[in-house]
Design a protein around this ligand. Structure first.
Ligand SMILES: C[S@@+](CC[C@H](N)C(=O)[O-])C[C@H]1O[C@@H](n2cnc3c(N)ncnc32)[C@H](O)[C@@H]1O
Length: 214
């Protein structure tokens, strides 16, 4: 078990977060994503789709921050809890396409990195998650993340096109219609403050202050 976990860690972090993110998607994790993560962690943080725990281990999260990890899959949550670097982290199994089994107005920060492009759902269904998650956020809460787009981006390099074909064919990515306009629009509908940018083929976002009445 330990060997397979560390093998996965090595492959995912070196290959996906290192080489592919930088050279295929044009969005270096260390340069763009990790700094955004580090600047937006509050006192009670929810990380959705933790993966190998890369951001939680390298995110310089204060020991006083309460940490909750949420994933749809038990094995993935187990890996996240094992590798996140915090023995006191809580784990929750849930699907973010549905209202979350978590307290209302509870988290002052929420992260979801490299998750939305993996979900087999329409872009409308993906956009609807913000209306769910905001109910679990405090009035000054912030949500931040990043995901790979499939539409409205510059032409892929041959390396990016090769990777994209492979992950679509393997059923790892479900993002053919994912576009920045729809995601930003959904964020603006649900939050008072929105910052969004496309870096390479990656949609990066930070939104704060949920609009509860919608
Ligand atoms: C590619 S990993 C992201 C890893 C990490 N956030 C990162 O950027 O390195 C996506 C994770 O999201 C989880 N996931 C996929 N669909 C989900 C859903 N509908 N609800 C909750 N978690 C989901 C998967 O089980 C997986 O652990």
């Amino acid at each position: 078990m330990a060997d397979s976990v560390f093998g996965y860690l090595f492959v995912y972090e070196i290959w996906v977060l290192g080489i592919v993110s930088t050279w295929a998607w044009g969005c270096a994790t260390d340069e763009y994503l990790l700094p955004q993560f580090r600047s937006n962690v509050g006192k009670n943080h929810l990380d959705i789709g933790t993966g190998t725990g890369y951001y939680l281990r390298r995110g310089q999260i204060p020991a006083s921050t309460q940490l909750t990890l949420l994933d749809k899959e038990h094995p993935a949550l187990e890996v996240g809890l094992k590798l996140c670097g915090r023995s006191d982290a809580q784990g929750v199994i849930a699907d973010i396409l549905y209202p979350l089994p978590l307290p209302e107005k509870n988290f002052d920060s929420v992260s979801l990195y490299y998750l939305l492009h993996c979900i087999p759902a329409t872009v409308e269904e993906k956009c609807a998650i913000f209306a769910n998650i905001k109910r679990n956020m405090t009035p000054d809460g912030v949500i931040h993340g990043a995901n790979m787009l499939g539409k409205g981006i510059k032409k892929d390099s041959s390396f990016a096109a090769y990777i994209r074909r492979g992950v679509l064919r393997a059923g790892i990515f479900h993002n053919l219609d994912d576009n920045a306009y729809d995601f930003e629009h959904a964020l603006r509908q649900n939050f008072e403050e929105v910052e969004a940018a496309v870096v390479g083929s990656v949609f990066m976002f930070r939104a704060a202050k949920p609009k509860y009445d919608l």
